[in-house]
Design a protein around this ligand. Structure first.
Ligand code: SF4
Ligand code: SF4
Length: 384
């Protein structure tokens, strides 16, 4: 299959709409159904989920909202093998079969080794994950094999030098903020994928919404150039314009977002030189105001002994630093979060979150900044 001929825009299902923001499994099926239907009606067909998304329940939600409501040949489905959680090689076959059942399908169009970094790569090798996916592909249970990658270009080079023949594509985090960001090194990772002629699928083109709600002066630059283009459109087109990128994934929570994204991705035009120059200015503005480069993926929260809502705390902190939210309203949010979660000051420094973070953030250090801002500067009493 020539992946470069596939539809260039996929529906990312890491952050589906929920009824209760504190419960990732409280799926808003009425809205999800409408979003999926609208996306399909506009001629697109690709959905990307994972075993671990939404408290390990996303695959079942996909089954209900997509697989049970649409003919199998009208969509393509991708999911991912959660190697991070595995204790031995027997887990692979067991979880793979469970995933087929969860999704209600006989095969996966795309299947990825999930969240590969140095630790998970060791598990991939020790547990024979590359052989496993090759076997399932030969059996017809997987059509296209890939890996989602979150580590250094050097590690990507090492992996592809050994396993390029097992991987049809690589999924990378590419957006204009992370292009030269030292924790992500998007440009250099893409160059490595290009070196091995591996087509690239893009995750986090809007960096978890960061590139949708940009500072006002950054938004003005984009609106002055094209009043009709959304901030999201700049981010998606930037990612899709890069060499070797065959698909960009984006999560959508409203019909307006589906309509907007599908409109410019149906008739995709790469960014021109003027637009690239504007993006470079926007990048500088955002970087100057972004304290914590968190994508909100929530990989860190599973297993936190204090149940600290790490990404929510970081989003509030960034919002204040970017002056996109008032301090008093962010304080109200902080205290509301603390009703059902540990406060940042309750962190015991075990660092299990840091081992899980695909962005390699120093979470415990940043939590101390959150404490300074929200607990020591508090103008509203925090939960006792
Ligand atoms: S270091 Fe703190 S935030 Fe991270 S898992 Fe441990 S207690 Fe939770
Ligand atoms: S701190 Fe890291 S793991 Fe946690 S949500 Fe942010 S990017 Fe994801």
């Amino acid at each position: 299959m020539n992946l470069m001929k596939e539809k260039k825009f996929g529906f990312g299902c890491m952050r589906l709409p929920v009824l209760d923001k504190g419960d990732p499994t409280s799926f808003d099926y009425e809205l999800i159904n409408k979003l999926f239907d609208a996306y399909l009606e506009r001629g697109f067909n690709f959905f990307d989920t994972a075993y671990t998304y939404h408290g390990y329940q996303a695959e079942k939600a996909i089954c209900k909202a997509l697989v049970e409501r649409h003919p199998r040949n009208s969509f393509q489905l991708a999911t991912k093998l959660p190697l991070r959680d595995f204790k031995d090689s027997d887990d692979i076959e067991r979880i793979f079969n469970e995933q087929l059942t969860n999704c209600g399908v006989d095969f996966f169009d795309y299947y990825l080794l999930h969240n590969i970094g140095s630790n998970v790569f060791v598990k991939c090798e020790n547990y024979g994950a590359f052989d496993f996916v090759a076997k399932k592909k030969a059996e017809g249970k997987i059509k296209v094999v890939g890996m989602s990658f979150h580590d250094t270009p050097e590690l990507l080079d090492e992996i592809l030098s050994k396993y390029a023949d097992r991987l049809d594509f690589v999924q990378l985090q590419i957006n204009y903020i992370d292009w030269e960001q030292p924790n992500v090194q998007a440009r250099r990772c893409l160059e490595i994928a290009n070196k091995y002629s591996k087509p690239v699928s893009v995750m986090e083109p809007c960096k978890g919404g960061t590139l949708v709600n940009v500072p006002k002066e950054a938004e003005k630059l984009m609106k002055d150039y094209n009043p009709n283009a959304s901030t999201a459109s700049w981010a998606l087109r930037y990612a899709a314009s890069q060499k070797g990128v065959f698909r960009v994934l984006s999560g959508m929570n409203t019909i307006e977002q589906v309509e907007d994204n599908t409109s410019f991705m149906a008739d995709f035009k790469p960014l021109n030189e003027e637009e690239i120059a504007i993006v470079e200015k926007v990048t500088k503005i955002i970087n100057d105001k972004t304290a914590i480069q968190c994508t909100g993926c929530e990989y860190c929260t599973h297993g936190c002994p204090k149940n600290i809502a790490i990404p929510k705390n970081f989003a509030l902190y960034n919002s204040i630093m970017r002056t996109t939210g008032s301090f008093s309203s962010q304080m109200v949010y902080y205290n509301n979060i603390a009703i059902n979660h540990g406060k940042a000051s309750e962190c015991i420094g075990c660092k299990q979150c840091e081992r899980a973070c695909p962005q390699h953030l120093s979470i415990t250090t940043y939590l101390k900044d959150v404490v300074e801002k929200f607990e020591k500067n508090s103008i509203i009493p925090t939960r006792k």
